[in-house]
Write a protein that binds this ligand. Structure first.
Ligand SMILES: [Zn+2]
Length: 136
């Protein structure tokens, strides 16, 4: 598929763009929850939409349904500190993510879960970063 065609198609179809964007978020963490490391099945708003959080990359992280459901409208970092799976490296990764420093976030996540090193590297290379930054 030609890149130009893809952009054109996405302009016509915002839903497709949204789906690809969500997929790219999951690919960044190799489909693991940024909070606990389980399979990410949803996108969580770090600042809840009810509190004015935007649906942009910096505010949206891959999360499992359990974390997403338990966090609800709480402030992400306060909520996360109280969880039994709390990991300060993940907390730093989330902070880096919200500041738009995806590279740092991924490095910290890799450090937090060395077992998944391979899949993280694989997912990194499969993501089209140019596309990613255009949408961010
Ligand atoms: Zn989780």
């Amino acid at each position: 598929m030609h890149i130009r065609d893809a952009v054109f198609l996405e302009d016509l179809c915002p839903k497709l763009r949204d789906r690809r964007w969500r997929k790219s978020l999951h690919e960044f963490t190799a489909k693991s929850c940024i909070y606990c490391g389980n399979n990410s099945e949803s996108i969580d708003h770090v600042v809840p939409r009810s509190k004015g959080g935007l649906s942009i990359t910096e505010n949206c992280v891959p999360a499992c349904l359990s974390c997403n459901g338990s966090k609800t409208d709480n402030e992400a970092f306060n909520w996360y500190r109280k969880q039994r799976f709390y990991d300060p490296r993940r907390s730093m990764a989330i902070k880096a993510w919200t500041e738009g420093d995806l590279r740092l976030a991924l490095r910290l996540l890799k450090w937090a879960q060395p077992k998944q090193k391979k899949s993280l590297e694989k997912s990194k290379s499969s993501v089209n970063e140019d596309y990613f930054w255009q949408t961010a």
